[in-house]
Design a protein around this ligand. Structure first.
Ligand SMILES: [Fe+2]
Ligand SMILES: [Fe+2]
Length: 394
């Protein structure tokens, strides 16, 4: 009992170079599946270095799937292949939605800079543990794909339980990756503050020492390759980030330093603000900034900011993994996790998903390209490829 007939049509709703914005309309008759799985493809089949799109729920005989605005079309793709999924298994047959001619024939040229972001690497005491191996694998992937990287930025939860040896282990993994590995920068996360009654000051000192950081607060900034990187962090133990007035005042001053409204400022905060990106929606339970109102009021004045939001470990093949800037907030990315992953089902079963994800960023004068990476599979994540424009900011 399967589908009798099925068709798929892609309608592009933009003429901007590289943009995939549009709809995929799937029509089917017969025994309808719960969901569809779609892939970027060309004449030779699915693009082997891309995962499937985020699952497309079947909503009846006609399903209209809107691609997330500002999604990047992979070069080399000229069609989307769609499979029906029954009990987790793809159907043997697929249907094809052609892209308009030439839409993936673009070339943005070499980026001015490249960097990577990963979160929640949860390094353990055992160097053979899967989290530790994931981190080593991330560094190897970056050495291969982005040898000129200006840095890998870890968005909190480096030490699984804040044991100083876990930072030693992270440093050993970095050393083992050799001179070709990128410099690594660390924001603090709630796991870095531990779960016992060890005083906050000791945990903070262990984190800063263990990550070779000469700052004396959990918030600090760095200029790298002419770009501003701002690290925020919770100032009390606990799951949520508690940001003092001193930190928020410092943020206001720091964002204004050498500001160029057309240049991104990269801001890292382990916990996310509620209802912004995947994992932070109230029903998902993984938001966590106590001073959200105060923080949002500052960020609103800096639309050029790209804010990274970790902690939830939420899979990047989600519909809301990136939130484009609007009148209230700058652009925000869900940074998922290098340790293990989480999604709506995990929220019910409380069992994490084995996997390791992160972003490659490619900076140009007028835009930033963000490419979500499944480090374990060695593939680009189809629903996490984005363009963030800077040409429209003044
Ligand atoms: Fe985490
Ligand atoms: Fe966390």
């Amino acid at each position: 009992m399967e589908i009798k007939t099925m068709t798929a049509v892609y309608e592009r709703m933009t003429d901007k170079t590289g943009y995939a914005d549009g709809t995929l309309t799937i029509r089917a008759e017969g025994t309808l599946p719960k969901e569809y799985r779609a892939y970027w493809a060309n004449e030779a089949g699915t693009l082997v270095d891309y995962t499937a799109f985020a699952p497309i729920a079947c909503s009846g005989e006609t399903t209209v799937y809107a691609l997330v605005p500002s999604t990047l079309i992979p070069t080399g793709a000229d069609r989307i292949l769609v499979y029906a999924v029954y009990d987790g298994e793809e159907s043997d047959e697929c249907v094809c939605a052609m892209l308009p001619d030439g839409v993936s024939d673009y070339d943005f040229g070499k980026a001015d800079y490249e960097l990577q972001v990963q979160s929640d690497i949860h390094i353990t005491l055992d160097q053979n543990h899967v989290h530790n191996r994931h981190f080593a694998n991330t560094l190897e992937d970056i050495k291969r794909i982005s040898p000129d990287s200006i840095g890998l930025f870890i968005n909190g939860d480096t030490g699984d339980s804040a044991d100083p040896q876990q930072y030693e282990n992270a440093q050993e993994i970095i050393r083992n990756a050799g001179d070709a590995a990128p410099p690594v920068f660390f924001a603090i996360g709630n796991h870095d503050l531990g779960f016992d009654d060890t005083p906050y000051e000791i945990r903070l000192a262990n984190f800063l020492k263990g990550t070779n950081n000469d700052a004396d607060t959990p918030y600090y900034d760095r200029w790298v390759a002419g770009l501003h990187f701002v690290f925020l962090g919770g100032e009390k133990p606990g799951c949520h980030a508690w940001l003092s007035e001193a930190q928020l005042g410092w943020l206001e001053e720091t964002l204004a330093e050498n500001r160029d409204p057309n240049r991104p400022i990269y801001v890292f905060l382990h916990q996310g603000m509620m209802d912004t990106v995947a994992g932070t929606f109230e029903y998902q339970h993984w938001h966590g900034v106590t001073q959200t109102t105060e923080l949002a009021a500052i960020l609103k004045k800096y639309p050029e900011v790209i804010l990274f939001s970790g902690h939830s470990h939420w899979v990047m093949n989600s519909l809301h993994t990136m939130k484009l800037r609007d009148e209230n907030l700058p652009t925000i990315f869900n940074t998922s996790s290098g340790g293990y992953l989480w999604d709506d089902e995990a929220e019910i079963t409380h069992k994490g998903i084995t996997g390791s994800e992160g972003y490659y960023f490619y900076g140009y004068k007028d835009k930033v390209i963000a490419r979500g990476r499944d480090f374990e599979a060695g593939k680009w994540i189809a629903s996490a490829q984005f363009i963030v424009e800077y040409s429209d900011l003044t």
